[in-house]
Design a binder for this molecule. Structure first.
Ligand code: URA
Ligand code: SF4
Length: 215
């Protein structure tokens, strides 16, 4: 199988189930070995939330806490995101949240030392894409919120720039479907920002655009 050849195409494709809904997809993703990231991570972190949500949020990849707990956006970035969503008038429990890449990628100086997030490569993002495509097909959101550059590149291609398109409703062809999207910064970028308050207000403003687009 191509996925077993380390030098060849990485892809989740052979691990996708033939049929079934989100639960079948989540179960199958738990066994994915479509790229090397499953080796060091604790578990697959699949999307979660309302399976019929009108709003789907797409992040980069699980972080340390998500990797341990098996759920997306449960760490510091997730807490900030929930607060921003509420401030924008969106109930977080009405959304579906997922990531472009389903396994945590990290570096670690020594065993037992802190695991430091590492950005996924284009190959890993491409490998993991079939899971996200299926999630989109099954949830059928009315609007997608793209959280940061990695999610943007995974959905819209490598020329995507958050700073150029953030805060506007876009219409793009994704995996053969016409989708409406609003791009914004990643909540982790807000946590790292020098001026955290203005970065946070920027995130809330973009989410307000999404809330209005949903009507
Ligand atoms: N950052 C992400 O992009 N996704 C998570 O699930 C957590 C942090
Ligand atoms: Fe599969 Fe994605 Fe995990 Fe790679 S990151 S092993 S493609 S689920």
């Amino acid at each position: 199988m191509a996925a077993q050849d380390p030098e060849d195409a990485y892809t989740a494709e052979p691990f996708l189930p033939d049929r079934g809904g989100l639960d079948a997809l989540r179960k199958a993703a738990a066994e994915c070995r479509g790229c090397p990231l499953h080796r060091d991570a604790t578990q697959t972190v699949f999307g979660a939330g309302d399976p019929h949500a009108s709003l789907m949020l797409v992040g980069e990849q699980p972080g340390d806490q998500e990797d341990r707990r098996g759920k997306p956006f449960v760490g510091p970035a997730g807490k900030l995101l929930d607060r921003a969503l509420e401030e924008a008038g969106i109930d977080p429990s009405d959304t579906y949240v997922t990531n472009a890449v389903k396994h945590f990628k990290f570096t670690q100086a020594e065993p037992r030392k802190r695991r430091i997030h590492k950005a996924p490569s284009l190959r890993e993002m491409t490998a993991c894409g079939p899971w996200l495509a299926k999630e989109l097909e099954l949830v059928e959101p009315e609007l997608i919120v793209v959280l940061g550059a990695t999610a943007g590149k995974a959905l819209l291609g490598s020329s995507f720039r958050v700073t150029q398109v953030r805060g506007a409703v876009l219409e793009e062809e994704i995996h053969g479907r016409r989708e409406r999207l609003v791009a914004t910064v990643h909540p982790s970028a807000v946590l790292r920002a020098e001026d955290r308050e203005s970065a946070y207000q920027g995130l809330v403003a973009d989410l307000e655009v999404a809330a209005r687009a949903l009507g």
